[in-house]
Design a protein around this ligand. Sequence first.
Ligand code: NAP
Ligand code: HSE
Length: 441
Amino acid sequence: MSDALGIAVVGCGTVGGGVVEALLRHRDRLAQRAGRPLQLRHIVVRDRHKPREPFVPRELLTDSLAPVLQDAAVQVVVELIGGTTAAREVVLSSLAAGKHVVTANKALLAEAGPDIFEAARRAERTVCFEAAVAGGVPIIRALGESLAANQITAIQGILNGTSNYILTAMAERGLPYAQALEEAQAHGYAEADPSLDVDGSDAAHKLAILAQIAFGVIARPQDITRQGIDQLHPMDIRFAQELGYTIKLLAEAWTRSDPQHPDGPRGVALHVAPVLLRHTDLLAQVRGAYNAIAVYGDIVGETLYQGPGAGRGPTTSSVLADLIDLAVGRAQRTFAAARLWSRADRGFVLDPPEQVHSRFYLRLLVADKPGVLADIARILAQHTISISSVVQHEAPEGDGEPVPLVIVTHYATTGHFLAAVEQINRLPTVATPAVYYSMGD
Ligand code: NAP
Ligand code: HSE
């Protein structure tokens, strides 16, 4: 067997701890799959005096990156600390010191992808990031390698395990939002700052990475409109169920070509939002911390990838796959060929999401009196939006309280729908700002 691949793991929390444990426990299997030993040489943490899990070899612990950078036997640095400040420094200094990098840090790649990949190319080193999107689901390889012959036309994904766990717990067990989030955190699914999970940012970071691979667009986090599940009312989960739908937080990329200029740049709209999916839709059936991604390619058609999207085991599995690919030498070749975040124009520009067509779920709290529904229907009609169905439950006679009114529309352009909502919100009979979500087919 040839020389060992020397590895330093930076961060020994949920994911780093899993990687350390697996490197030690599955040493022989990994050496066999990689064709050479994967040798763990350093574990970098913030506080090396903190109690650690029993399998962590204390003699490998350090609170400084310097010994890693100085150790010529370290060929790969695995960044698993999270955040974008210290992590960026770890990645850039490791590349500059001639180390390959494996990372699970989607926030960092979404924010600093061009700088990191340029630094890697300059240093003739490789950055691997299978664990950064969808945990244990091999979506980076699927999109970048297995579907490489296709032009991707659309991506629809459940990309945040924490949100999907919360939505499942609220819909199936009737759990309050805060308790469901606590459970997700206890399982190790959530980010250190869980607001990134529930406000749609984490899914947006992952969508930016997928969009780079699929379309070559450099989408900064602020380029992706997002709405999370943190404001989702249990009432809307119940109405959705009554209508035959399940609410999922979806990250979506839809492409558009201009029939007037078929050879001109194509548009791709990126956004993250709760979406109502029919109970029978495969994505609607993805439960708990699972992720799933539907990818549409012009040659292959529709493909679907599903699996555990967060937590120690799934993320560790993807990190180890990257380490094996580096040990074998596959990752270096793929990295060089893909030229990711290189500003090479692949013919796509970012489209505003207002252009996307959808059906919409609109829920209002309105005064229970004559003419209210007629006013709302008139405004929708003015914006050429047709109503598909209306739900209003019987309220106690004459108690004067606003009542929920749910309207489902036929297909409309997002821009037209938003303009109508703005006008509806100004009606004196509408008690609180409208709640609305787009709906799957
Ligand atoms: P975590 O449990 O909070 O662990 C973070 C680790 O990083 C801790 O060991 C901490 O050290 C160490 N650390 C923090 N700042 C450091 C610094 N400046 N220098 C050295 N060490 C530092 O985080 P995690 O859940 O494992 O997530 C790590 C990364 O994986 C993040 O980018 C996250 O987005 C990504 N990710 C997580 C999951 C998941 O399911 N959790 C899934 C996919 C991707 P101490 O132990 O001394 O505090
Ligand atoms: N916090 C992330 C999630 C971890 O819940 O999906 C996986 O990237």
